[in-house]
Write a new protein. Structure first.
Lengths: 559, 204
């Protein structure tokens, strides 16, 4: 028992878990970070990071065997030959879809911080005040001012490159020098600025460092191979950033293959006393004890852990007394936008592969705009010259054809909307006790879908994209709506939301479970609304803030 | 290398359409596959390592075909990249059983078309005859593609042409000698001069 006791336990080692471990250990707390999957060592385990295209037998594509083995992952670009080892084994860890739900998981040390899209945006009070103003769901218990210093803290540590654009809906941060737009993007941005008062196209803000950073991280080399793991440590991940910082304190123990099956709840003290762990390799169970627990298993799995905990007190599990645990599932709906060709610029090209694009922050239902839906969307996209895979209609086969394909083609540009989904109580996940995973544990059942508000928004996501691109001088602009199922944005949120009232929320304003204040949930589960910005930076900020709070409470003997 | 932004915003297609088999350049459309295909795939999966669909003779034949599609000019052609061997791997691992059948039958059809047009087999044909034949077959597949629905069978020559392009331009020869391959750019410049004849970058 003695050796299984720590000051703090962190469940999960992804973006938010890694941050929790770093912050806790830097405050001197002996911490164990529990990760359900295998270890992935920085650089050493990035097995395809330095391979040339021809070194991959299927050139990065997917085989029929991979499709067979990955019935969910195959639904998107996510299934590919080059980083297959970073995605969950779906046969071992199935789930139930009452409605279609794309759940793209990474079960390993680092979680999805290894493959994430790295776009990093602050939220603003337009987001934190939205529920209250619209009178839906519950009000966020925090405002921008509560998070602002923690955004700075997270940005400075993670290394976020970006431009200070001075936009109220997208607050500026403590950025590294921005990446650069290419010549076509710059001209499109200028034309959008000329045509629209409240629409701006800016360079993406990304967790790729543009100058050397702490722990010997090397600035981005513009290879655009981030999701294979970066041997330069140029993008923020658990492996490149938070784990080495936590390890350097001497206070961290990392335990892979540790599936947390429940949080152990002491009904006398009304506190959690530890966790039960199932060793994924040996099937042995262990208990670990600590004064404070950070739950960072990813939005849906954090809810799963809570649902399986303290069921002798609450049928629905720890945090279920509000009736909101597992409800209000959110994501960002996307795959709708437009693309077209930019005439001219034949004498211009780019050097390097920028792992970043442009961003058009939300403008709908802001600054006096009013639509037939609430909230809004942002666009991500890029411009570039076509490569050898383009069609040359007037050519067929032969030497001339080959030589033509060996030169770049036209400039094209496309943008895709990322839209806010509302927190609907009926969008929920539950435990499916009729289906078990490899370890005999009940799986999650997904019952969530976007609705009228999001569908109306998607019409604008296409039409606005077309209009802006046409006004910016692009030709042959075509819209697309490639369909969307919940989860596909890989921004799952909301299953243990924060709030002001224990009757209508699972967490309080410091991310503490109302029913067990020494349990903090600081991943996507905590989100009260979804905004339309990529959420990970907010998880980082929220996590650092919660650790600071927990440390204060521990000192005051309140936990 | 893909991410959501690249995969969705700048629609990357091969030859103006979705890639046959296990789609490489995501278009948002799932490849059409029947339940029968799925059952057969499962069956082969259970049997362990996949058996080659093409024999060495067929592979060599396809290398010749690919070299007419992308011949040596001032830079090397498909033969230098041994594209037939790549096709063998792709047809074996990435095609559905239905597409595998179309592909293998297609080689016979190509040979028949050669006999009909040039009075001899493909390998016995002159370079000019080979080019004339494949130009005609490419016109045929392009015409077919105009009205083809996802449920209708793929055209064998489209498969051959696609795999030729994919295999060649991602090969070491294609990427480094015909295109420009740069593993570690080290910086980004979004406005560099380009003059006609400069080669395209091999990777994006």
């Amino acid at each position: 028992m003695e050796k299984n006791t720590y000051d703090a336990i962190v469940i999960g080692s992804g973006i938010s878990g890694g941050m929790a471990a770093k912050e806790l250990t830097e405050k001197g707390l002996k911490t164990i970070m529990l990760e359900r999957g295998r270890n992935v060592e920085h650089i050493k385990d990035y097995v395809n990071a330095n391979k040339a295209p021809w070194e991959l037998p299927h050139r990065g594509g997917k085989t029929q065997q991979m499709i067979e083995d990955h019935p969910v992952l195959k639904r998107d670009y996510t299934l590919n030959e080059s980083n297959l080892n970073f995605w969950v084994n779906e046969k071992e860890s199935p789930y139930t879809e009452v409605k279609p739900f794309d759940w793209f998981r990474g079960y390993q040390v680092g979680g999805r911080s290894l493959m994430w899209g790295r776009q990093s945006y602050r939220w603003s009070d337009y987001d934190f005040e939205a529920n209250a103003k619209d009178g839906i769901a519950v009000d966020w218990p925090i405002r921008y001012a509560d998070l602002a210093p923690w955004y700075s803290h997270a940005e400075k540590f993670a290394g976020i490159s970006g431009n200070r654009d001075g936009l109220p809906q997208l607050p500026d941060g403590d950025f590294m020098p921005p990446m650069e737009m290419n010549i076509v993007e710059k001209d499109v941005a200028a034309r959008i600025r000329k045509n629209y008062k409240d629409r701006h196209m800016v360079i993406g803000r990304t967790a790729n460092i543009t100058r050397p950073h702490n722990n010997g991280r090397v600035n981005c080399q513009y290879r655009n191979k981030c999701w294979l793991g970066c041997p330069f440590g140029a993008y923020f991940s658990t492996q490149s950033a938070t784990l080495p910082a936590a390890m350097a304190t001497g206070n961290l123990t990392l335990r892979p293959f540790s599936i947390v099956t429940k949080i152990l709840y002491d009904k006398d003290t009304k506190r959690a006393k530890g966790v039960e762990v199932l060793d994924a390799e040996t099937n042995q169970t262990y208990e670990y004890y600590a004064k404070v627990i950070f739950l960072n298993a990813s939005a849906l799995n954090s809810a799963w852990v809570l649902m399986n905990s303290a069921t002798d007190i609450w049928d629905g599990g720890l945090g279920s007394s509000s009736g909101e645990l597992g409800h209000n599932v959110m994501d960002h709906h996307f795959r709708a936008g437009a693309h077209g060709e930019m005439p001219g610029y034949e004498d211009k090209y780019v050097y390097g592969r920028r792992a970043n694009g442009i961003y058009i922050p939300r403008y709908r239902n802001l600054f006096g705009d009013k639509r037939d839906y609430i909230r809004g969307f942002g666009y991500q996209g890029s411009a570039g010259r076509e490569g050898w895979s383009r069609e040359i209609p007037e050519m067929s086969i032969g030497g001339e054809f080959k030589d033509a394909l060996s030169e770049p083609g036209n400039w094209t540009m496309g943008i895709t909307g990322f839209g806010e989904t509302l927190p609907y109580h009926d969008n929920k996940i539950t435990l499916d006790k009729t289906k078990k995973d490899k370890w005999g544990l009940p799986v999650l059942s997904m019952d969530a879908a976007i609705r009228d508000n999001e569908q109306k928004m998607r019409v604008d996501m296409m039409a606005d994209a077309q209009e802006m691109l046409e006004k910016a001088g692009l030709k042959n602009v075509k819209t697309y709506n490639n369909g969307y199922a919940m989860g596909g944005g890989i921004h799952e949120m909301g299953t243990a939301r924060m709030g002001r009232d224990p009757k209508t929320s699972v967490l309080n304003k410091y991310n503490q479970v109302w029913d067990a204040p020494n349990v903090y949930v600081t991943d996507g589960a905590a989100m009260t609304s979804a905004a339309c910005q990529n959420p990970s930076l907010t998880y980082l900020a929220m996590t650092a803030r919660a650790v600071d709070h927990a440390f204060g409470e521990l000192k005051k003997m309140n936990l | 290398m893909m991410n959501r932004r690249d995969a969705l915003a700048r629609v990357a297609l091969l030859m103006g359409g979705a890639v046959i088999g296990a789609d490489y350049f995501l278009t948002g459309c799932s490849p059409a596959s029947t339940d029968k295909d799925k059952a057969q795939t499962k069956d082969t999966a259970a049997k362990g390592p996949l058996k080659d669909v093409l024999n060495p003779e067929q592979t060599a034949y396809l290398t010749e075909v690919s070299d007419t599609i992308l011949p040596a000019t001032k830079t090397p052609g498909a033969k230098a990249a041994n594209v037939g061997a790549f096709m063998n791997v792709m047809v074996r691992d990435c095609y559905t059983p239905a597409d595998q059948e179309i592909f293998t039958k297609g080689m016979t059809q190509l040979e028949e078309a050669s006999q009909k047009m040039n009075g001899k087999g493909f390998l016995a044909s002159t370079p000019a005859q080979r080019t004339a034949l494949l130009t005609a077959l490419d016109a045929e597949q392009k015409n077919y593609a105009k009205t083809k629905t996802p449920e209708q069978p793929n055209h064998y020559f489209r498969m051959i042409k696609e795999l030729t392009l994919l295999g060649f331009f991602t090969s070491e020869v294609g990427a480094t000698q015909v295109l420009r391959y740069l593993p570690v750019p080290g910086k980004y410049d979004g406005n560099v001069p380009y003059k006609k004849g400069d080669r395209a970058w091999a990777t994006t």
